[in-house]
Design a protein. Sequence first.
Length: 169
Amino acid sequence: MGARPQIAVVGAGECAPELAEQARQVGEELARVGAVLLTGGRGGVMAAASRGARAAGGTTLGILPGADARQSPPNEGVDIAIFTGLGQARNQVLVLSAATVIAVGGGWGTLSEIATALKHGIPVVLLASWRLERPDGVAEPLLQRAASPQEAVRIALAAATSGSPDRGW
């Protein structure tokens, strides 16, 4: 049996209830397929995805910006908290630890996570998230859009399990 795929869910620390519900469903679906959920460990999309994964019996890992729980209290759905002391630079640790990234909604921090993933060859699935295109108009093969949480997880899992020897999957 191989390693369980680590899939990051990224999105804003505060979000509308509709996005939170989509993120919760993504977390739940990831747990059902046996993936490890990685998030930034805070609120909004991150908390909703963590709650969904935990409720479905999954494993959740939060990569937090502060040096300890006083600086960065993890959300209640985080099983394993990694305190980095890196602030927003922790986004790179989060993304580079994932086989695939699912972006649910999001703001500027989410956009930076998407860009970091693509720059490092990590597939990204957009769910109610940024509308992006390359300046040359060529389709970005590592970037896909999903219409539902279930489709986002299906696409992300397929990308994660198709394997990349240099990423360890």
